[in-house]
Write a new protein. Structure first.
Length: 128
């Protein structure tokens, strides 16, 4: 376990500009109050960001991922088998269209979530 912690620490030190930008927006429950972890181990893999509560993984891929599609698909398949949803974004997409990326993440976190202030039973219904 100590080796994984050391490796995760190294990955955090070497994050890309896009990962740094995204981390500033999701850390400390900044996005809709959901907690994210970065460079978190899941099985044999380290994921860029994960919201354990919603089982949502965010991967930010650089150009090297364009040539390594097969390993990425095996990794994604493994994570899906473990019950996670995986969202992938390109580095340049995060840097150029960051607010849109955050909206996609927000939608994935909140889909199927009940309204925080539902109407009391019987209210808002038509009386016939």
């Amino acid at each position: 376990m100590k080796v994984k912690k050391t490796y995760a620490r190294e990955l955090r030190k070497r994050q890309t500009d896009a990962e740094r930008w995204l981390w500033q927006r999701v850390r400390n429950r900044e996005l809709a109050g959901f907690k994210f972890r970065r460079q978190h181990p899941i099985g044999p893999y380290f994921v860029d960001f994960v919201c354990i509560e919603k089982k949502l993984i965010i991967e930010v891929d650089g150009g090297q991922h364009a040539v390594s599609l097969e390993p990425d698909s095996k990794r994604t398949e493994y994570l899906i088998e473990k019950g996670y949803r995986v969202l992938r974004f390109w580095d340049n997409e995060v840097l150029r269209e960051g607010e849109s990326v955050l909206q996609v993440i927000f939608s994935s976190l909140t889909e199927g979530t009940p309204h925080p202030n539902p109407l009391p039973r019987g209210k808002g219904e038509r009386g016939i």
